[in-house]
Write a protein that binds this ligand. Structure first.
Ligand SMILES: *Cc1c(COP(=O)(O)O)cnc(C)c1O
Length: 387
């Protein structure tokens, strides 16, 4: 079989789509003015910039003045959580134990500053329970932050219900929706959130640009001070090409939903079903409440990293569920939280599908996978007797 190039790591990042790239290009060349400048060069750019904000807001069901452009998901999460904490001064935060590090590590840092944090457990499918959320609320709880969908195992949380609960108790609610925006239809008019983080490079926009939605009237303190841009919440000369690219990519991604999500789900389910035919493979995450492009499986008795390298040799880009950032042997906090033992967690792989993936890609992976698993299991010291 001839080697193919198959990119199945869209959860890590996506290629910039042509339309977004083309929309951005003039803002590197002839449209270089500073949007804050009063001359014609500045005014033209300001007009385009505010049009991009309008498109971004409309794509999410928000108002333009509820959108703040940032450098990405990490910064949006930091501005929401730290900004609320700074305004509050002290108190309690509720989050989940499976958040991205851009929420989890912010919470850990806030603990060092004297805030208290509850890290909610999740069930075996990665779901947060509403009862747990409610039971964790204390008199001084000022913020709940639960991700809209998990980047590793793809579980989609009951965001609207959690938001309703937060509102009932007068608590702010933030959701890291970086994996959801452009993947699942979403309307901020119906979603009960005060803050929502998104990042362009996860929906075929450029890297280094994102946005924070902040509901009108909600007040937080800025983390940075400077020229007062983004209504003083995120000062600094605007990344105009980035914002234009984000808005173009978002508008197109949202316009293609829900057909795109349906198509991705079909590919996802084909891959899941094919992989489950291999012996001793477990599906991680929830079967239905799952991102349309996410597949996370554990291959028993072998290392996810070895599978990853074998796939890479055959042109397939996926990621290891046990990705240990520092080369440490700790399995991912997400896989541990859903109850996987070390060995199973270390045997896990995430395939994340996106724009451009085809049935042929899925079938290619399904063709090369069984021999890879077979070969690695033959070498495996922990392979079960007779297995
Ligand atoms: C990618 C990702 C982030 C980080 O976004 P950046 O734009 O890369 O900073 C945060 N949260 C989740 C769930 C993500 O998948």
């Amino acid at each position: 079989m001839s080697k193919k190039n198959v990119y199945m790591d869209h959860g890590a990042t996506t290629p910039v789509r042509q339309e977004a790239l083309e929309a951005m290009l003039p803002f590197f060349t002839e449209l270089y003015g500073n949007p804050s400048s009063l001359h014609a060069q500045g005014r033209d750019v300001r007009k385009a910039f505010e049009e991009a904000r309008r498109i971004t807001a409309a794509s999410l069901g928000a108002e333009p003045d509820e959108i703040y452009f940032t450098s990405g998901g990490t910064e949006s999460n930091n501005i929401a959580l730290r900004g609320a904490a700074k305004k509050q001064g002290s108190g309690h935060i509720i989050t989940s134990s499976i958040e991205h590090h851009a929420v989890l590590d912010v919470c850990k840092d806030l603990e060092k500053q004297g805030f208290t944090v509850t890290y909610l457990p999740v069930d075996q499918f990665g779901l947060v329970s509403l009862e747990d959320v409610e039971a964790s609320i204390k008199p001084d709880t000022f913020m709940i932050s639960v991700m809209a969908a998990n980047n590793e195992v793809g579980t989609v949380q009951p965001v609207s219900e959690i938001g309703e609960l937060a509102a009932k108790h007068g608590i702010l609610f933030h959701t890291d929706a970086v994996q959801v925006v452009g993947q699942i239809p979403l309307n901020l008019k119906e979603l009960n959130v005060d803050f929502l983080s998104l990042s362009a490079h996860k929906f075929n926009g450029p890297k280094g640009i994102g946005a924070l939605y902040k509901r009108k009237g909600v007040k937080i303190d800025p983390l940075y001070h400077g020229g007062g841009q983004e209504r003083k919440l995120r000062p600094g000369t605007e990344n105009v090409p980035g914002v234009v690219g984000l808005s173009k990519a978002l508008e197109l991604a949202v316009g293609e939903l829900p057909q795109k999500a349906d198509a991705l789900e079909k590919l996802r389910d084909r891959l899941i079903e094919g992989l489950m035919e291999i012996d001793d493979v477990l599906l991680n995450g929830h079967r239905e409440k799952r991102l349309p492009g996410n597949i996370n499986v554990s291959f028993q008795y072998i290392e996810g990293e070895s599978v990853l390298l074998s796939l890479d040799l055959q042109g397939v880009a996926a990621s290891s569920g046990s990705a240990c950032s520092s080369g440490s042997l700790d399995p991912s906090h997400v896989l541990s939280a859903i109850g996987l033992d070390h060995q199973t967690a270390h045997g896990s792989i995430r395939f994340s599908l996106g724009r451009g993936n085809t049935v042929e890609d899925i079938d290619y992976v399904l063709d090369i996978m069984p021999p890879i698993v077979e070969r690695l299991r033959q070498m495996s010291p922990v392979r079960k007797e007779g297995g």
